[in-house]
Design a protein around this ligand. Structure first.
Ligand SMILES: *Cc1c(COP(=O)(O)O)cnc(C)c1O
Length: 374
């Protein structure tokens, strides 16, 4: 067996311990004589699995009593709509901080549903390479929306905007449980699981109970499945949940607990990210694309010295050639999915919870060798 170091932005690598446990239980879970994949979600064998996953989220994130923990489907992208449909209902007006693709998509979806969007800050002026500082938000907004970790741009909030009584909504798809978070500072947090928590298929929603509207108060036309109340009233079992994904999620959560919970895993993440950024900052060949003070611990985009930005065709061709050479040779060395997003160019290493320090060290060793040869 030859496992690679997988730097994919998502779906992404899972802890090997978890994969092994899943493999061992594939044919028969406990004494049930069945795989978890084959079970009724209403069975006495399955119910403890989903209940444990919820209990572990509550424990690891220290979720206050007055918050619901929901498992829904449709990915982070469906939350762009559900947030507007369930929260954008009083003044039909919301504030968005624009920090890249995912925040923009969320704002566009709210607009599409008839919610007036105020972009109260943006880092567009520098190609989203930093997080704007928004000290305080005031106004008749139904909510304030932020994307806490920008997977494509590689930025992350190092502060939480002060929004007073206005609920703060955060997309934490690519940083969930990578650090300690004070849930009580947020009205709603959501995260697609496939970056840091589980295989694709489940989306975690943590929402303050008083923000869950009655069906008649949602935006007109909101489908039953898109009402938070539907899932809250039915313990995320209104319809068939993504059973197997939730089972893997539970295992990942226990793995995080063994690593010392959010605090312990954050310490490892800081160590990994520092190792990579320190190398990028000291190198003449590579540079990080993000500003110090806004850097993601999870997604690290970087360019080479051939990314000159001088616009000439020859320079662009050389840059393209070097980037694809890097990605190809890295892959041959067992380091995969390092191609950068087209909006940033260059390379991107996603180093989520499950990426090991050994993986990051192997990447840096490869980068040194590549720099010396090119
Ligand atoms: C991946 C991602 C999304 C989209 O998630 P889907 O589950 O593919 O809809 C949204 N927001 C952020 C920050 C992401 O990284």
């Amino acid at each position: 067996m030859a496992r690679v170091y997988n730097f994919s932005a998502g779906p992404s690598c899972l802890p090997e311990e978890v994969l092994k446990e899943c493999a061992a239980e594939m044919m028969e879970y406990g004494t049930t004589g069945q795989s978890v994949m084959e079970m009724s979600h209403r069975s006495s064998a399955y119910e403890p699995i989903i209940q444990d996953a919820e209990a572990m989220i509550r424990k690891l994130m220290n979720v206050p009593e007055n918050y619901k923990v929901l498992f829904v489907q449709g990915g982070g992208s469906t939350q762009f709509a559900m947030v507007a449909q369930n929260l954008g209902i009083k003044n039909k007006k919301a504030a968005y901080i624009e920090t890249g693709v995912w925040a923009k998509k969320a704002a566009a979806e709210a607009k599409h549903l008839g919610v007036a969007v105020d972009v109260i800050a943006s880092s567009k002026d520098k190609n989203y390479s930093y997080i704007p500082k928004v000290e305080k938000v005031e106004g008749d907004y139904d909510y304030v929306y932020i994307c806490f970790n920008n997977t494509i741009m590689g930025t992350h909030y190092e502060y939480i905007p002060e929004t007073g009584n206005i609920p703060l909504v955060a997309d934490m798809s690519s940083c969930i449980l990578s650090e300690e978070i004070d849930v009580s500072k947020f009205g709603l947090i959501f995260a697609g699981a496939q970056k840091n928590l589980a295989p694709a298929g489940v989306t975690l929603v943590i929402v303050r109970e008083d923000l869950i509207p009655e069906p008649e108060n949602c935006l007109p036309g909101t489908p039953t499945m898109s009402m938070y109340k539907t899932h809250a009233d039915n313990d995320s079992m209104y319809n068939t949940p993504p059973c197997y994904t939730i089972y893997v999620l539970g295992k990942v959560l226990h793995w995080i607990e063994k690593k010392g919970g959010a605090k312990g895993i954050n310490k490892l993440n800081v160590e990994k990210a520092k190792y990579l950024y320190d190398y990028l900052d000291s190198s003449d060949f590579y540079h990080a694309t993000t500003e110090v003070g806004s850097r993601s611990l999870m997604n690290v985009p970087f360019l080479t010295k051939y990314s000159t930005n001088d616009g000439s065709e020859a320079a662009l061709a050389k840059e393209k050639e070097i980037n694809s050479k890097f990605v190809k040779e890295a892959e041959a060395a067992g380091l995969v999915n390092l191609k950068g997003h087209r909006l940033v160019g260059g390379m991107r290493a996603s180093i989520y919870n499950a990426m090991t320090l050994d993986g990051v060290k192997a990447l840096v060793e490869f980068m040194k060798k590549f720099a010396a040869e090119n």
